[in-house]
Write a protein that binds this ligand. Structure first.
Ligand code: ADE
Ligand code: ZN
Length: 338
């Protein structure tokens, strides 16, 4: 990649909108937490873990991802996990991050909801003090489980309502349409929570339409299959609905065969508010900076396009309006200098 774009990517203030905090569990931390808790891992070494990260679809990844979560047991574990993420994010010039977390993965193992919230909150506070990074929490419902389970999870999170910015929907998409979660999203929105959902990653474009019309989400996570429905693409442009795209994730989970064939640039050039994010960086081979670099190289994104992507993320965030305006101005200043 030309050095000017490399320099721009390093300098651009970034907003991360699609990041599963459990997906930042690096193999080294997996081993050290397993040692701490006397937990057995099905791997002999860190290298063996990395070798096992050869996925052929979303489910083959999710199986390892949920198994890895078993080492996260106490408040300090969640703190260490999130702090390690913030340290890497700071190195990539992330200034604001909206973190997904999957409480059902933890409560099902007997980890109390307050342990998860407390550990993440400690790290979010420290990241603000140490690095100036602001952050929000988005509670994701696991779509392979029932809506009753999601409703019970939302109820269990109510004592921590003030710590939450929104709700999301993740896990295995095929056969688990957004329509399954209409009541829980309606309840979350009635509580003033913002709403997002994974849709159109492996599932059809129709799931994106459902997420918009039935769950009333403000952003679509992934959404790359939208171009199977040209009218939907036009709608995304017209209604300025952001897509939180994760290029390296799409490559690793075989959503695309080659990054050169990714529709990210095509959508950007049509005027869709696409953003670049890392999804589960410990599993997919790169944090947000690497995702910017990989997309820029494969798709020959120009200087102006990279700036637009960073601006799209700032606009699509749930930051307060004044912080957004100020960040947009910083992005423009840095871009002009780079
Ligand atoms: N949970 C963690 N990463 C995910 C992804 N890419 N899609 C759906 N659920 C997930
Ligand atoms: Zn995701």
């Amino acid at each position: 990649m030309p050095t000017d774009r490399e320099h721009l990517i390093r300098c651009l203030p970034k907003v991360e909108l699609h990041l599963h905090i459990e997906g930042t569990l690096e193999p080294e931390m997996m081993f050290s937490l397993a040692g701490k808790h006397g937990a057995k891992l099905p791997y002999a070494s860190v290298e063996a873990v990395r070798k096992a990260y050869a996925f052929h679809d979303l489910q083959s990844f999710l199986d390892l991802y949920y198994a890895g979560c078993d080492v996260l047991r106490d408040r300090r574990d969640f703190y260490a996990l999130a702090m390690a993420y913030f340290t890497r994010a700071h190195a990539d010039r992330v200034v604001h991050a909206e973190l997904f977390f999957d409480p059902q993965t933890h409560t099902a193992r007997g980890i109390p909801m307050e342990v998860v919230f407390a550990g993440l909150r400690d790290a979010m506070d420290d990241a603000h003090r140490r690095y100036g990074i602001t952050s929000d929490l988005i509670l994701c419902f696991l779509r392979h489980l029932s809506e009753e389970d999601a409703l019970a999870t939302l109820d269990a999170a109510l004592p921590f309502r003030s710590e939450l910015t929104g709700v999301g929907l993740d896990s295995g998409e095929k056969g688990n349409p957004p329509s399954k979660f209409q009541r829980v999203f309606a309840k979350a929105r009635s509580l003033g929570l913002r709403a997002v959902a994974h849709a159109g990653e492996e599932g059809p474009a129709g799931y994106i339409t459902e997420a918009l019309d039935l769950l009333h989400v403000e952003r679509i996570d992934h959404g790359v299959r939208c171009d199977e429905d040209p009218a939907l693409v036009e709608r995304l442009v017209r209604e300025r609905i952001p897509l939180t795209v994760c290029p390296l994730s799409n490559l690793k989970l075989c959503v695309v065969k080659d990054l050169k064939q990714h529709n990210f640039a095509k959508l950007l050039r049509k005027g869709v508010a696409v953003t670049i994010n890392s999804d589960d960086p410990a599993y997919f081979g790169g944090y947000i900076g690497e995702n910017y670099r990989a997309a820029a190289t494969a798709l020959e994104l120009t200087h102006a396009e990279l700036v637009t992507v960073a601006e799209n993320a700032a606009r699509a965030s749930f930051m307060p309006a004044t912080a957004k305006t100020s960040l947009l101005s910083t992005i423009r200043t840095e871009a002009a200098r780079a």
